[in-house]
Design a binder for this molecule. Structure first.
Ligand code: BYC
Length: 333
């Protein structure tokens, strides 16, 4: 619906050679002025933003699945209410993000088709299973913690609708991170069995969380251009390091051990050095061979098919309203 009042994206292509427009665009970005939907923008800027924002939206929607799995099994009413609210927030984030992507000229239907057709990516992290209740704690603490680290800088992204959507998303992610950490505090101060469960969840989620930030800078295809356009404010490796530095003390407070024998504080750099990430595992997950890729896509396709009647009913209602308005206008004329 947000695509309706926009200039056609094809107009960018017509002006590709327009050096004046391009120079004005670059100057606005350099001066920290926001680019808005009806402003001229290079086709490649529109394309990379549509790619990133839609993949971000898909991640929020697919991200509801691993946690949604635990709503019926949350240990107390309070935990259930918090988890329900979190999963609903993620749905809301997906919707704001699809709306932001639509302002670039692609409809939500097209974007969802790209996800369901296997053409669009979503975050690698959601292809891992949630085996115990401690995984809900670890997801909130680590996955949402990583998401915040990545998304706070996106509040300053050069594209207005994305930057504005991120402000609310980050506030909600902060609540998610705290609810996860609180679960981890409870478990790590509980029985030996509970503490072992918390440790096991940390062991399984730590490395995939480091992969969330994307490939190493040297292999990041889009990193340099997105940084020049002020879509990204920090590189993948910079954000990964910030996340490690913030998280190690939190694990220590919990009395848990990071699953990385090479982790040590480097006095010279004042950062935590960490061991090598298994980039082959990351490539496999992106290629569709993670532990849960098939389940996640099957669940999304089923939800889409099950919802077909709602879309049809909404369309029939809109058609009827339009016909009624046209008839009223004809009578009035
Ligand atoms: N998973 O050139 P690069 C969340 C892809 S959390 C899958 O560095 P870029 C949430 C990348 O798309 C997650 N694919 O790309 C938390 C590209 O492929 P394409 C969602 C990945 O864009 C809790 C290729 O690898 N967050 O929201 O400069 C509960 C090369 O990468 C991943 C966002 O999406 C990955 N981990 O940087 C619920 C944040 N990493 O597109 C939900 C916004 C890389 O050429 N996105 N790839 O086919 C970003 O900040 C950036 O897009 C990334 C990648 C840092 C992810």
């Amino acid at each position: 619906m947000y695509t309706q009042a926009l200039n056609a994206p094809q107009s960018d292509e017509r002006h590709l050679e327009d050096a004046d427009k391009s120079a004005r665009f670059e100057a606005r970005v350099a001066n920290e002025q926001r680019i808005e939907p009806n402003d001229w923008m290079p086709a490649a800027y529109r394309k990379t933003l549509t790619r990133q924002i839609s993949q971000h939206a898909h991640s929020e929607i697919v991200g509801m699945l691993p946690e949604g799995n635990w709503i019926t099994r949350a240990p107390t009413l309070r935990r259930k209410a918090a988890l329900l609210a979190k999963v609903q927030d993620e749905c809301g984030h997906g919707l704001y993000l699809y709306a932001a992507a639509e302002t670039l000229g692609s409809s939500r239907e097209e974007l969802v088709d790209q996800l369901l057709g296997g053409k669009a990516k979503y975050s690698s992290i959601f292809n891992y299973p949630t085996l115990t209740w401690a995984d809900i704690g670890a997801i909130g603490w680590l996955v949402d913690g990583a998401a915040i680290m990545n998304q706070i800088p996106l509040c300053r992204c050069s594209y207005g609708p994305y930057a504005r959507a991120m402000i609310r998303v980050c506030k909600e992610e902060s609540f998610h991170q705290r609810q996860g950490y609180e679960i981890m505090v409870t478990l790590s101060r509980g029985t030996d069995e509970q503490k072992a469960m918390a440790q096991d969840a940390l062991n399984r989620w730590w490395w995939p969380c480091l992969m969330m930030f994307g490939p190493p800078d040297q292999q990041s295809q889009h990193g340099n251009q997105s940084t020049r356009w002020k879509i990204k404010r920090f590189s993948n490796d910079e954000l990964r390091q910030k996340f490690v530095d913030a998280t190690v003390p939190q694990a220590r407070y919990l009395g848990l051990t990071m699953p990385d024998p090479e982790l040590r504080f480097n006095d010279a750099t004042q950062h935590w050095d960490f061991g090598a990430i298994d980039w082959q595992e990351f490539a496999d997950v992106l290629a569709g061979f993670g532990p849960c890729n098939r389940d996640r896509m099957a669940a999304r396709r089923k939800a889409h098919d099950d919802g077909a009647w709602v879309r049809e009913a909404a369309q029939a209602y809109a058609d009827k309203e339009r016909a009624r308005r046209a008839a009223d206008n004809a009578v009035a004329a």
